[in-house]
Design a protein around this ligand. Structure first.
Ligand SMILES: Nc1ncnc2c1ncn2[C@@H]1O[C@H](COP(=O)(O)OP(=O)(O)OP(=O)(O)O)[C@@H](O)[C@H]1O
Length: 577
């Protein structure tokens, strides 16, 4: 157990993300008045210890302290409460309420998609949390299933949004200086990717992606490289899966508007989703169905979205496409659409801050007059330094061959994507393959049964329906080494039979054995009296007996002939003397 600050003891790591590691921790003594929740000795909490490069960055430490009050005052039933901030030596840490439950990403992976009703109700609660934080001027900017924790309350799953403020804290040149880019391409709003000003509408876009993923099991724009995903956010309209009811699709489409001004406010989103959930259930009344079908009218855009404050001296490293708007911005046919931003304001490693929702590193100016350092291309350096993260937030190594400065990225052949096995269904009904006892098609659909032991609540009931998009991360590659000179090759021994026939060796052995038997049989036939025996029709033992007796007769004849010869010889000798 490791102390952190004077008030907390880290017990065990719960998980690791892009910005730090979350620990289960215990309170040693009550925190001071500066903490939002002083806590009691022995109480269990979760502590996110920010990564060293964040903690060592003076800008971030300053912002951490400055934003303390914003983070600590953010309270909502669907937001994981930040209780305290610890700044001590090299350590920056956020003390949070411990949520005893899986995150939504894990839950989806283990249990498959939710029904449209359950997904609407769950997202409505997330929208409630967003509405509260947006009203307070706080934009999350990294909304994704991994940042939604599922707490169990009264036998129901209760979504809680976490990591508020982390994006903002990390929005500093610090990450850029470490040549690192982090982000979650599948959830990035088009304006973030383009480096245009961001507002609370980026969270609505994230909510739309999350909602889509909840009902289908996968985000709408996923697969391929980060650049490809990014392009799809910018240029591709999401397609409606057959299992998504019309009213719910209206909500998703509005959230995923490329134009942030057309996205609904978080408050209206929550209202719209509840109307949809009420009108697409199996027990919906005609009035509820009608209200759901008219949900578009409820999704009025936010007249004054909360702006994401500019970070002094920070440029948005998410920017990979030329900013400046215009009708060509989303032109999918534009071959040069993935181009580094150039010119003032575009940012670069030196000038830019890193956005934790960033998907791409800052791109240097291509002004030929610009001073060229001896360092490798910053783009390459950052990509090379990209490191592995958890499965949701992607840090992606980009091969220099895919550098859009050189050529348009080529689509790599992808393994076949999982298609949800939904059949068209009545709204609110769970598709059979996802049907689980703890998910009846009403509000409690994602609530485990109260009598189930906790460890079973999230246990997969079936094979996961969706393999999450594994991030195509390749570890930083060392610079290519010149190939070592090769030894001259020995001329290859050519086989007599250059064609390799499987089982030929065995066949050869068999043929050889057969040949042996044939030769042996022929010798026996020719050199033994076998032919005579066969001709005389003798039995085997009779023939053997005959042979033994003839051999013994022959031997005795030889013996007697020898005796006779000896006797005769002796007599002859005697006679000669
Ligand atoms: N308050 C909490 N209580 C319990 N577990 C938590 C809490 N906060 C985070 N976790 C768990 O810790 C793990 C890591 O959280 P973290 O927020 O660092 O990951 P992440 O959201 O995937 O990363 P990031 O948002 O930084 O890219 C997650 O698996 C999450 O379930």
């Amino acid at each position: 157990m490791r102390p952190i600050g004077s008030k907390y003891l880290l017990e065990e790591p719960l998980g690791r993300g892009a910005t730090g590691t979350v620990w289960r921790a215990r309170q040693r003594e009550a925190a001071g008045a500066e903490a939002a929740v002083p806590g009691q000795p022995g109480e269990t909490v979760a502590i996110k210890v920010l990564k060293e490069e964040l903690a060592n960055d003076a800008d971030i430490v300053m912002r951490f302290l400055r934003e303390r009050s914003v983070l600590l005052r953010l309270t909502h039933p669907n937001i994981v409460r930040t209780r305290d901030l610890v700044v001590e030596g090299d350590v920056l840490a956020l003390v949070m309420d411990l949520v005893d439950g899986p995150d939504l990403h894990r839950y989806l992976r283990e249990n498959g998609p939710l029904t449209p009703v359950a997904a609407s109700l769950l997202t409505a609660q997330i929208a409630d949390a967003l509405a509260a934080s947006h009203a307070d001027g706080v934009v999350h900017r990294d909304l994704k299933p991994a940042n939604v924790l599922l707490a169990e309350r009264d036998g129901q799953m209760h979504p809680m949004l976490t990591d508020f403020g982390i994006a903002r804290l990390a929005d500093s040149p610090g990450l850029t200086r470490t040549h690192e880019f982090v982000g979650t391409p599948a959830y990035v709003a088009p304006e973030s990717a383009e480096g245009r000003p961001q507002t609370s509408a980026v969270d609505i876009y994230g909510a739309g992606i999350l909602l889509y993923e909840l009902v289908t099991g996968r985000p709408p724009f996923a697969g391929g490289t980060a650049l490809e995903v990014l392009h799809r956010h910018l240029s591709e309209e999401p397609r409606r899966p057959s299992t998504v009811p019309g009213p719910l699709w209206t909500v998703i489409e509005r959230c995923l508007s490329k134009n942030p001004d057309q996205r609904p406010s978080a408050e209206n989103l929550a209202r719209g989703l509840r109307a949809v959930a009420a009108g697409i259930g199996v027990h919906s009344t005609p009035a509820q169905i009608e209200a759901a079908e008219g949900v578009g009218a409820l999704l009025a855009p936010d007249p004054s979205p909360a702006p994401v404050p500019e970070t002094p001296g920070a440029a948005d490293p998410t920017q990979v496409l030329p900013s400046g708007g215009g009708a060509h911005r989303y032109d999918p046919a534009a071959a040069t659409s993935v181009m580094p931003t150039s010119g003032p304001g575009a940012g670069g490693p030196g000038a830019g801050g890193a956005d934790p929702t960033a998907v791409m590193p800052p791109v240097p100016s291509h002004d030929p007059q610009a001073p060229q350092g001896e360092d490798p291309h910053p783009w390459q350096s950052q990509l090379r330094a990209a490191r592995d993260r958890n499965e949701q937030t992607q840090v992606q190594y980009l091969d220099p061959s895919q550098d859009p400065l050189r050529r348009r990225p080529q689509r790599q052949p992808q393994p076949p994507q999982h298609q949800p096995h939904h059949q068209p269904q009545q709204y609110g009904q769970q598709p059979p393959q996802y049907q689980q006892p703890q998910r009846p098609p009403q509000r409690q659909q994602y609530a485990p049964q109260a009598q189930q032991p906790p460890q079973q609540q999230y246990a997969p009931q079936h094979q996961p329906q969706h393999q999450p998009q594994r991030q195509q991360y390749a570890p930083p590659q060392p610079p290519p080494q010149p190939p070592a000179p090769r030894e001259p090759r020995q001329p290859r021994q050519r086989s007599a039979n250059p064609m390799r026939i499987p089982g030929l060796g065995c066949l050869k052995g068999c043929l050889f054995t057969v040949l042996l038997f044939v030769v042996a049989g022929w010798l026996i036939w020719e050199l033994t009296p076998l032919q005579d025996w066969v001709a005389q029709g003798k039995g085997y033992w009779e023939a053997i007996g005959d042979m033994i007796s003839s051999v013994s007769t022959w031997v005795s004849e030889i013996g007697s002939a020898t005796d006779t010869g000896g006797t005769t010889g002796g007599a002859t000798g005697g006679t000669g003397q």
